[in-house]
Design a protein around this ligand. Structure first.
Ligand code: SAM
Length: 286
């Protein structure tokens, strides 16, 4: 194992740069400074990034690195970094590697001993989550669901048990169909549809999945994120948990029947079931 601080020493460092998800003003001064010092800007779409850079008066040689050429582009980027050139990578919007290319580039870079740093900025899923009004302390970011209906249903069925807030990206032409499939598989939970975040037509629509599915799809244009509340159904309390609770009560000094009653009340489990577990685990004598 080797250790070296990212900004100390001369070994090569790849910067990942987060870019605006709509409003061009959301590009940090630090991003502009670091791009200004770079020899090359590697990017998902060279034309798209060129227009962002020209907005800030930056002109740099670009290297195309997208979903279909990431491995070859990574080889080129890594050899430039090893030659001592400064290279940054950005995707079209938000963070590289978040439903965007970047993950394979980082994996290759770290394998080759190249340090990786990040210039922070917006990401659509975090923006959507924090304005959703749904719990933010635990969440699951899913990104895009599979397009094929059977695969989409299978994935949603898997996610249905998850108690964390769920976050999905979806394209506008699939939004209604996906919301219907979500309501059918997850149940009619509360959800928030956020659209065109940071742009002039930003919209936040809160309702149940079925209500959102009934919206006129013609009014749902642009880029969107769906945030769905997690599974609220109480999970069944298993026998082992009841046995542990009984042991706790007995150790605390409660006698058999008293312990059974306390556990039954605390865990909201029928007395008979707790008593059976008590007999099975501790025998009649206790
Ligand atoms: N890398 C990006 C990030 O960090 O958020 C995500 C890129 S992914 C290819 C694009 C998807 O992100 C869109 O289809 C949409 O679901 C979501 N998205 C991007 N910009 C958005 C915006 N301004 N408002 C709402 N959703 C947005």
């Amino acid at each position: 194992m080797e250790r070296e601080l990212n900004f100390v020493g001369n070994s090569p460092l790849l910067y990942l740069i987060a870019t605006p998800i709509g409003n061009l003003s959301e590009f940090s001064p630090r991003a502009i400074e670091i791009i200004g010092e770079a020899d090359y800007v590697a990017c998902e779409d060279t034309r798209n990034s060129a227009s962002l850079l020209s907005h800030y008066g930056l002109k740099k040689p670009t290297i195309s690195c997208h979903e279909h050429n990431e491995e070859e582009a990574a080889t080129q980027i890594i050899s430039l970094l090893k030659e001592g050139k400064k290279v940054v990578y950005m995707s079209d919007a938000g963070y590289p590697g978040i439903s965007d290319p970047g993950e394979r580039l980082v994996k290759r870079a770290t394998k080759e001993g190249i340090k990786v740093s990040v210039v922070s900025g917006p990401s659509a899923f975090i923006a959507a989550l924090v304005i959703s009004g749904l719990p933010t302390s635990h969440f699951h970011f899913e990104g895009f669901l599979p397009v094929k209906e059977n695969e989409k249903v299978a994935r949603l069925n898997y996610l249905a048990k998850n108690e964390d807030t769920l976050i999905f990206y979806e394209a506008p032409h699939r939004i209604t169909k996906t919301l219907i499939t979500m309501a059918a598989t997850l149940g009619d939970r509360q959800a928030t549809l956020t659209r065109e975040l940071t742009k002039a037509h930003e919209e936040v629509i809160r309702g149940s999945l079925a209500e959102l599915a009934l919206l006129n799809e013609d009014t749902l244009k642009g880029e969107m994120v769906i945030v769905v509340e997690g599974n609220k159904a109480k999970t069944e309390i298993d026998d082992q948990t009841i046995a542990f609770a009984l042991k706790d009560q007995l150790e605390y000094g409660r006698k058999g029947k008293e312990a059974v009653l306390a556990v039954s009340e605390a865990l909201q489990v029928k007395k008979n079931r707790v008593y059976e577990i008590y007999l099975k685990t501790f025998g009649k004598g206790n």
